[in-house]
Design a protein around this ligand. Structure first.
Ligand code: PLP
Length: 392
C-alpha cells in the first residue's frame, strides 16, 4: 500500500533522539532547532518523561471517559499551578486543530452566535471550523467554506473596532495566535490583544487564544498572551504539551458553563497521554524552563541581529523568525545538508527557530558556528569543506 502523499519530505530517516540532537539511520547526527515543529518542549526522550510514560504504560494506558480518571485531575492541578489559571476548567483532546475546533464550538454554544473573527495569515488547523478560520484558501475544501468566519487584518485596531461597533452582538468568538507561527512569526502588539479583550468583554464574545504553537512556555511566559497582561476566555494547547506524545486541550474560563453532550472525545484525556503531559510539566517546573526559554531566546535574537544578510529578526523566547536576503535563499537547505541543522520555515522566505526549551548555550553556539559558516558559504566567501566543524 502507498502512503497518501501529502507532505514534501526530506530524505532523512530519524531513528534516535536525545535532548537537542537527532540521529538518522546512518548514524549522522543533526542539531534540532525546529523541535519537530515546536512540539519538542523538554528535549527529545527526556529521561523523566520516558520514565513517567513507561510507569503508566505498565499500569493502564487507556480507559474511556465513562469512568473516573484521577490522573486528569492531577494534570489539571499542575497545569493550573504552572499557568496561573487555577480557576479555569480543563478539557482534554488530542491535537491542536481539535482544541481549536472545540474552543470555537464551545464559544458558539455559550453565546448562541455564529460569527467568528480570525485574522489575516492565521493558521488554526485542518479540521472543519479550524481550517475555515485559517487564512489559506488552498487548504480549505469547498465543504469547509463558510460565511461565519470573518477575516480582519492582523494588528489593525481600527478594523477591529469598526467591526465590533457594527456587528459586535453577532460575534461568538475572536481567535488569534499571539505570535503567528505558520504565518511567519508575526507578533501581535500588546495593545491589539488588549483591544480584543476589550471588545470581547463589551460584546459578550469569547476571546480564544490559540496557544498551540506559541504557548506552553515557549515565549518565556506560560501563554504568549500573558505578555499583554490580559486573559483569554479559552486557551487552546497542543504541540509542546506532550513533548511528542499526542495530546491537546483547552483551558476554559469559569464563566463558561459545561453541560453534558457539549463536548466529547474517545481518546482525549487517556491515562497515558496525561502521564506524558504531567511528565512535561514536572520537567518544566524542575528545570525552570520558562526562565530558560526567555534567556536563551534573548541570546539567540541578539546574536542573530549581528549576522549580515539576516533581516527582520523577531519573536519572543524560543519562537523566533528572520528573513534572509536574496543571496541567502538556500540557507535552510545548506544548513540541513551541509551542517546538519534542522530549522523551520514560513513561506516565502522566513526561517523559523523553534528549539526545545531545554536547549543549552553550547547547542546555541554550535548553531551559530553552523549558521555563520552557511552564510559565508552562500555568500561565496568560503567553500563548504572548511566549514564543517560543528560536532555533536
Ligand atoms: C497556531 C496553530 N494552531 C493549530 C495548529 C494545528 O495543530 P495540529 O496540527 O496539532 O492539529 C497548529 C499547527 O501547526 C498551529 O501552529
Amino acid at each position: 500500500m502507498k502512503l497518501f502523499d501529502v507532505y514534501p519530505i526530506n530524505d532523512i530517516n530519524i531513528t534516535d533522539a536525545k535532548g537537542s540532537y537527532v540521529w538518522d539511520d546512518k548514524g549522522q547526527w543533526y542539531l534540532d532547532l525546529y523541535g519537530g515543529h515546536a512540539v519538542i518542549s523538554i528535549g527529545h526522550t527526556h529521561p523523566d518523561w520516558v520514565k513517567r510514560i513507561d510507569e503508566q504504560l505498565r499500569k493502564i494506558a487507556f480507559y474511556s471517559n465513562s469512568v473516573k480518571i484521577p490522573i486528569q485531575q492531577e494534570l489539571a492541578d499542575k497545569l493550573g499551578a504552572l499557568s496561573g489559571k487555577n480557576d479555569y476548567q480543563l478539557f482534554l483532546c488530542n491535537s491542536g486543530a481539535e482544541a481549536n475546533e472545540n474552543a470555537l464550538k464551545l464559544a458558539s454554544f455559550h453565546t448562541g452566535r455564529k460569527k467568528v473573527i480570525a485574522f489575516s495569515k492565521a493558521f488554526h488547523g485542518r479540521t472543519s471550523l479550524a481550517v475555515a478560520a485559517t487564512d489559506n484558501p488552498a487548504i480549505v475544501a469547498p465543504v469547509n467554506e463558510t460565511d461565519n468566519i470573518v477575516f480582519l487584518p492582523f494588528n489593525n485596531e481600527e478594523a477591529l473596532t469598526a467591526y465590533f461597533q457594527d456587528h459586535g452582538k453577532e460575534v461568538a468568538a475572536v481567535i488569534i495566535e499571539s505570535i503567528q507561527g505558520v504565518g511567519g512569526i508575526t507578533v501581535a502588539t500588546e495593545s491589539f490583544l488588549q483591544a480584543i479583550r476589550h471588545w470581547c468583554t463589551e460584546s459578550g464574545a469569547v476571546f480564544i487564544a490559540d496557544e498551540v504553537q506559541c504557548g506552553y512556555g515557549r515565549t518565556g511566559k506560560f501563554f504568549a498572551l500573558d505578555h499583554a497582561g490580559v486573559n483569554a476566555d479559552i486557551y487552546t494547547m497542543a504541540k509542546g504539551m506532550g513533548n511528542g506524545f499526542p495530546i491537546g486541550g483547552i483551558l476554559i474560563a469559569p464563566h463558561l458553563s459545561p453541560r453534558h453532550g457539549m463536548l466529547g472525545t474517545t481518546f482525549g484525556g487517556n491515562h497515558l497521554a496525561c502521564a506524558a503531559a504531567l511528565g512535561v510539566l514536572e520537567v518544566m517546573e524542575a528545570e525552570h524552563l520558562l526562565a530558560k526559554a526567555k534567556e536563551s531566546g534573548e541570546y539567540i535574537m541578539s546574536t542573530l541581529q549581528t549576522i549580515q544578510g539576516l533581516e527582520n529578526v523577531r519573536g519572543k523566547g524560543l519562537m523566533i523568525g528572520f528573513e534572509v536576503s536574496e543571496g541567502l535563499k538556500g540557507l535552510r537547505k545548506v544548513l540541513l545538508d551541509d551542517y546538519h541543522v534542522f530549522t523551520g520555515e514560513a513561506k516565502p522566505n522566513v526561517v523559523r527557530l523553534l528549539p526545545a526549551l531545554t536547549i543549552e548555550r553550547k547547542h546555541i553556539d554550535e548553531f551559530f558556528v553552523a549558521l555563520r559558516a552557511a552564510v559565508a558559504q552562500l555568500s561565496g566567501e568560503t567553500p563548504v569543506a572548511e566549514n564543517k566543524k560543528v560536532q555533536a
